[in-house]
Design a protein. Structure first.
Length: 75
């Protein structure tokens, strides 16, 4: 029924037999602006070949902007 459960059962059976399957996890990354500990942007140093102003983070760590509707209370 569940493909996740089937994969787990297959991994457990393989581990019992002494065969370990290699599970590869694909992590998507996103480029975001680098920040200091205080939250300010880091500027790029033109003397270095790397761009310090941008860093790559896993997509799960990047927070999405929350959308909050402002409602006006009627009296």
């Amino acid at each position: 029924m569940g493909s996740v459960r089937d994969k787990m059962v297959a991994q457990i059976r393989a581990a019992k037999k002494g065969l370990t399957e290699k599970v590869e996890e694909i992590i998507e990354t996103v480029k975001v602006r680098a920040r200091t500990e205080e939250g300010h942007f880091v500027k790029d140093d033109p003397k270095t070949p790397e761009n310090e102003a941008w860093v790559e983070k896993p997509k799960s760590e990047v927070k999405a902007k929350s959308k909050v509707k402002k409602t006006i209370k009627k009296k």
